[in-house]
Each structure stands twice: as structure tokens, then as C-alpha cells.
Design a protein around this ligand. Structure first.
Ligand SMILES: Cc1ncc(COP(=O)(O)O)c(C=O)c1O
Length: 460
């Protein structure tokens, strides 16, 4: 597609406020204009074909140009482009998707509350857990415990649950009733000589300490991402989630698994809570992104039996919550086709048997680079640290902005990789082939080399 880049950039600057962006600063750089996509690649207005190591924004798991998804949306637009689910009405795709999801969700998950995004799903979760405890007659059980450096969205509820201080600083967050404990990140919080298991136990016990401090009768739920994504792909230590589950059971706290990134095969299982390294029994699962392959906005709260039985009992009455687009028929039609594609492509088995082991080995090879340490993956999500001296685990001074330098070289070398401080992270499409994994690693290595050279040349 031919576009006048400078014209688009001017309109962009004049009219479009981007998410999480310094709009003033963007003027001098100019936004990168993405004009098309094919398979696992996107293309920009300069004609570059860029391997998308981030699946759009952790969502285009089946890649771009999936004809059957496009057809599903187009057909549904012709049949019923919109109707709401208020006032005792429903629509065929929303019902069909809900019932098809229950075939792949963990046992006991038969129901979904639809939203348009992960943030809305987390706001819904806040209202739902408080409603649950009210209906149980435990009116003080309101506080939700989350983690520093977790990410749960950008609405007032989602941003409050998120543990990003730079978000909290803007707008007096978190709202009351949301508190945080430290993240299970051994590179940050581990003690010298501490084993992974010991650290996992210690980190999980921060939850118990917080519950005791607040009083068990005041705590409604604990929420966490099975693997923290936006915080820099923080893979939890062994034993962490097992202990979290025990603590939630012991103190009668609902467990919420925010799988906006990690569901739908990202870890190699349908849902992240089913992965052997996580292995938890959540009460609620938050989903979005991969649900519709990112093509059409849709999210939801998967509601486990314990909560569903209370919300859907004879005495409960209305749940006074919902969105115009809850259960949007076009989004739902795409969601149904996503599930069909997973089955047709035998995607989960293919990931487990072939692609994930290949990806894990390839990503691990990045540890050989002089600037790279702690390169680790789980399923199809991975992160590494950029070190000035990797034997001492010493980082570059923060004013170097090494992550941003590396991210820029990645783009120049036609690969998308995301920077989070000194961490570089990826979550490529799940339909990546072995040869595309090779292409990905070659491009990342070249970008690391370029970054290394740039730092050597510019910062003595
Ligand atoms: C774990 C997690 N939860 C919630 C969200 C928010 O989703 P959305 O951007 O669709 O509102 C995200 C977004 O990246 C996420 O990673």
C-alpha cells in the first residue's frame, strides 16, 4: 500500500493522541507508519518487511491475513452486525463462543462475562468479586491484593491493579481497596546463594503476610499474571504458584489468573493455569487479546463454578454491570473461528512437540552474547537482560537507555522486539515455523551486535 508518510505523520501529530506516548516527543521522531501485514510480518510505509516478534501486542497469535477469521467477521457483518445482550436478548455467535470456550477451559469453567478488552475484564472482575462476597454475606471482603510491576490494564480499576508506579503517579492511583505485594523476581529480590525454590516460597509468603496485616475478613481476592508480560516477562520461580494457591485456600481468598497474554497457547497449554510450572485452580480467569487474534476487540472474565453458582443463584438477582458491546456478534464470530483454527492446525500439540522446544533452544543461545544474561523462555514468551558486565550482573547506567537503543536497532534490522528497562522481550506468533524462528534469532543477534558496538563507540 502506497502512502504519503510525511502527510500521515503530520496528521498523526496534529490529531492522534497515542497510548503510553509522549506526543510532543513523537513530533521530532515521527511515528512509524504500518501499512500492511502478511503471515508473521508487518510492513511499513518505507517498504520494510518486519518480523513481528511481539504478535502485534501479544495478540496476533495466528498471524496476520488469516482468511477464515476475516471471512467469519465479514459473514457476521452481513447477518447481524450488532445487537446488545441487555434486556433479555442474546445472539447466536456470543452463545456459541461461550459454549465452545467451555469445551477448552479448565474443569468447572462453564460461563463467561464478555467485555471489550483486558482492562474492562479486570474492572469487571473487581465488581464481580465484591458482588460475590456481598452475596455470601461477607460485606467487608473487598480488598484485592495485586503485585508491584504486574500489569492489568489502563482503566482506573486496571491501572490500580497494575503495579506500575509511573501509572499510579498520574491520577491518584491506586483507588482504595487495592494493595500490592512485591513481584517474584529473583534478579531483583533474591538473596545471595538463595535457591530458586527457597526464593519462590519466600516471595509467595509475602501474600500471607499481607493477608494477616489486612485481616483475612477484609481480603476478597489475589490477582496475578501467571507469567508477568508487560513488566518484562518475569517467569515466576519454581513453587511460587503452588504456595500462592495454598495461601488462597487457607484464608478463603479468591484466586484470579490474569491470562490476557498467557491464555490461548502462549505457554503451550490452552490456559496458563494448566501449565505444569504454574498449575493452579483459579476462581476467575481474565482473557482478551488472543481470544479474537487481536482482529476485533474482545475480552472476558471466565467464571469458575464457585463464583458462578453464587452469581447465578435464585436469590442473587441482577448483576448491575455490562457494556454496550458485551458479546458483540462480530467479535464473537471471530472468536469461534480462532478456536476452530487452533483445532484445525493442531496448534497446541504442534507447539508442545515441535515449536516450543525449538524456540527454547534458539532463544537460550542468546546467552552466548557478551552483553546478554538470563535469557529465558517459557512457552512462546521470552526475555533477557542486557548487562554491561554479565559475570557481575552489572547493568549499564540507566541514562544510556540501552533497551531503547536495542529496540531501535531491532526495527532497523526488521524485527520487532520490546524493551522494558534493561530487559528485551518477545512473544512471537504461535504459528511461527522453525525457519522463522531462525530468522528471528539471526535478526535479534544482529541487533544485539549493533547495540554492543554502538555502546562501545559512544560511551567510553
Ligand atoms: C496481563 C494483562 N492484563 C490486562 C491487560 C489490559 O488489556 P487491554 O489492553 O486489552 O485493556 C493487558 C494488556 O497488555 C495485560 O497484559
Amino acid at each position: 500500500m502506497q502512502v504519503n508518510k510525511e502527510h500521515i505523520r503530520k496528521l498523526d501529530y496534529d490529531h492522534y493522541l497515542h497510548p503510553f506516548t509522549d506526543t510532543y516527543g513523537l513530533k521530532s521522531i515521527g511515528a512509524r507508519v504500518i501499512v500492511g501485514a502478511d503471515g508473521c510480518h508487518i510492513s511499513d510505509s518505507d517498504g520494510n518487511k518486519i518480523l513481528d516478534g511481539m504478535s502485534g501486542l501479544w495478540c496476533v497469535n495466528l498471524g496476520y491475513n488469516q482468511k477464515s477469521l476475516i471471512e467469519a467477521a465479514t459473514n457476521q457483518l452481513n447477518i447481524l452486525p450488532f445487537y446488545n445482550s441487555f434486556f433479555n436478548t442474546t445472539n447466536v455467535p456470543a452463545v456459541t463462543l461461550a459454549s465452545k470456550l467451555s469445551e477448552v477451559t479448565p474443569e468447572g469453567f462453564e460461563r463467561i462475562f464478555y467485555t471489550n478488552s483486558g482492562s474492562e475484564a479486570n474492572d469487571t472482575m473487581i465488581r464481580m468479586v465484591r458482588r460475590y462476597w456481598d452475596l455470601k454475606g461477607k460485606h467487608n471482603k473487598k480488598t484485592i491484593i495485586s503485585r508491584w510491576n504486574g500489569y492489568h490494564g489502563s482503566t482506573i480499576g486496571g491501572a490500580s491493579l497494575s503495579g506500575m508506579t509511573y501509572m499510579h503517579e498520574q491520577g491518584d492511583l491506586p483507588i482504595s481497596g487495592i494493595v500490592h505485594i512485591d513481584q517474584p523476581f529473583q534478579l531483583q529480590h533474591g538473596k545471595p546463594g538463595e535457591s530458586e525454590e527457597d526464593f519462590g516460597l519466600r516471595a509467595a509468603n509475602w501474600l500471607e503476610e499481607k493477608i494477616l496485616q489486612l485481616g483475612q475478613d477484609n481480603v476478597a481476592a489475589f490477582i496475578g499474571e501467571p507469567v508477568q508480560g508487560a513488566g518484562g516477562v518475569i517467569i515466576p520461580p519454581k513453587g511460587y504458584w503452588k504456595r500462592i494457591q495454598e495461601i488462597c485456600d487457607k484464608y478463603d481468598i479468591l484466586l484470579v489468573s490474569d491470562e490476557v497474554i498467557c491464555a490461548f497457547g502462549r505457554l503451550g497449554t490452552w490456559f496458563a493455569c494448566q501449565h505444569p510450572h504454574i498449575n493452579i485452580r483459579p476462581d476467575l480467569i481474565i482473557i482478551a487479546k488472543g481470544l479474537t487474534n487481536g482482529y476485533i476487540p474482545m475480552g472476558g472474565v471466565l467464571v469458575g463454578k464457585r463464583v458462578a453458582d453464587v452469581l447465578v443463584s435464585q436469590e442473587s438477582g441482577d448483576f448491575n454491570h455490562g457494556f454496550t458491546y458485551s458479546g458483540h456478534p462480530v467479535a464473537a464470530a471471530v472468536g469461534i473461528e480462532v478456536l476452530n483454527q487452533f483445532k484445525q492446525l493442531n496448534l497446541i500439540e504442534n507447539l508442545q512437540n515441535k515449536i516450543i522446544p525449538y524456540f527454547a533452544k534458539a532463544f537460550d543461545s542468546l546467552n552466548e552474547h557478551p552483553m546478554v544474561g538470563d535469557a529465558k523462555s517459557i512457552g512462546m514468551v521470552a526475555g533477557l537482560e542486557l548487562y554491561q558486565d554479565k559475570t557481575k550482573k552489572q547493568h549499564f547506567p540507566s541514562e544510556f537507555g540501552v533497551g531503547m537503543i536495542c529496540r531501535e536497532f531491532c526495527f532497523r534490522n526488521n524485527v520487532v522486539m520490546r524493551a522494558v528497562g534493561t530487559r528485551m522481550i518477545i512473544a512471537p506468533p504461535l504459528v511461527l515455523t522453525e525457519s522463522l524462528i531462525d530468522e528471528l534469532i539471526i535478526k535479534i543477534k544482529k541487533s544485539l551486535d549493533d547495540t554492543y558496538k554502538y555502546i562501545q563507540d559512544n560511551y567510553k
